[in-house]
Each structure stands twice: as C-alpha cells, then as structure tokens.
Write a new protein. Structure first.
Length: 232
C-alpha cells in the first residue's frame, strides 16, 4: 500500500532465531523508544518463541482452557502483554514478525497497517500455492475456515510494536488449550499441515523479508545482531 513512496525508505531486518517472549518484548520496548526519538530507523525483527501463551489487552482468562498444572507440565508459560487482541499461542516452528515502524512517516493509518501485515503473509503463502485471505471483522490470515496467521499490534505515538505470527511447522496441539483469539468455532492450521511436509524456516524468513519490503515499499537490508546489543 506504500509502493508509491520514492525513494524507498530504509528498514533494517534482524533474524534473532529462538528468543524468550519477555526478552523480545524488552527489546521491542527499547527499540520503539529509540524509534520515537529518531535514534534508529524502521526495524523488522524475525524470530521464534519457546512455548508461551500470551493474553493481549482484551484477553479473557476464560479463553485459556488449560489448568495451571497442565501448562506447567507442558512447560508453557503464560504472559499478559500490551498487544491488541485476546489469547494466542507462540512456539517453535512459528515465524513471528515484529515491525518497529513510524507509521506517521509511512503515511499509514491503523487499518492500512493491519491490511499490509496481512498482505505480507498472503503473498508468502501464495508462493506455495496456498490460497489465503481475510475474513471480515476477524483479524489475521485464513485458509478457508482455518486461521494460519494471527495479528496483534500496539501503537504509541504512531510507533508500532508486536505484529504477526505465521504457523509454519508449528505444533498445533497447544492451540487446543485455548480459544485462539477468543474464537470458538474455527480451527487453526499451519503451512506444514496444508502441504503435508515441514518447511525450512530460513526459506520462509527470506520470503517474508521480500514480501515485507514489497508491501511496505522499503529498501530492506539484513543487519548483524551485534547492532541490537545496546537495546537488549
């Protein structure tokens, strides 16, 4: 939606591998503060989380169906966070993208931004001939009646945090312990489940970087992780 911007605006991408949710949130907070002060340019973080249930600002505890004992046995954390939305699950094999962007400078409204995040996922899935789309009044990306990617964002003074989570090779079992995003009548799926095989996460990351640059109109470059050290 921002493809008319010339010249292309810079965005710096970092691939963090597997990182604890709380550590990633701390990093986002520090980067968002720096972005708001103009100390850094737009940033995209790609990563995976260890097993964790997160409840957003409109999260309802009753949508967490498992007991505390069950979650402890399965070594799944529960964290209340400041993104929008209800409850969701993050775990290995799920690609998480956290854009730290100045939406005002990009000329994006909140609906434009959400549409663009969904569009990134839709374009990645299209590369595997997975036909995905949007469902009216429901955020995220859907394949038929099944949700394959969830969205939850936070904006403060037009600086974004949080973002999207795409189920690539994700173990879908833990989604049975929640009403994902508060929805009770739809199921969750993954790329691996649809295609009948696991996929290299590095390939999905590369495709996501390309789609993100294309949709948002960025000149996007990958950066070494050492540049993030002051913000960890």
């Amino acid at each position: 939606m921002v493809q008319g911007h010339k010249p292309l605006l810079p965005c710096h991408a970092f691939r963090l591998g597997v990182i604890a949710y709380e550590d990633a949130l701390r990093l986002q907070n520090h980067l968002a503060q720096a972005r708001g002060m103009g100390k850094v340019e737009d940033i995209l973080l790609l990563l995976q989380h260890p097993p964790v249930m997160t409840l957003g600002r409109s999260g309802k505890v009753e949508n967490l169906l498992a007991s505390e004992t069950t979650l402890q046995e399965k070594k799944i954390q529960v964290i209340f966070t400041d993104r929008g939305g209800d409850v969701t699950y993050h775990g290995p094999g799920q690609l998480v993208a956290y854009p730290i962007l100045n939406l005002r400078l990009l000329g994006l409204s909140v609906p434009d931004y959400v549409w663009s995040l969904e569009e990134v996922v839709i374009r990645v899935l299209a590369r595997f001939r997975i036909s995905a789309g949007r469902v009216e009044k429901l955020r995220g990306v859907w394949v038929g009646q099944e949700k394959i990617a969830s969205l939850g964002v936070h904006l403060s003074r037009w600086i974004s945090k949080h973002g999207l989570a795409l189920n690539v090779n994700t173990d879908l079992g833990p989604f049975g312990l929640i009403n994902p995003c508060g929805i009770t009548d739809r199921r969750v799926t993954s790329m691996a489940q649809i295609l009948g095989r696991s996929l290299p996460m590095e390939e999905i990351e590369k495709l996501t970087l390309g789609a993100f640059a294309e949709v948002f109109g960025f000149s996007l470059g990958e950066e070494p992780l050492k540049l993030l050290e002051p913000y960890l």
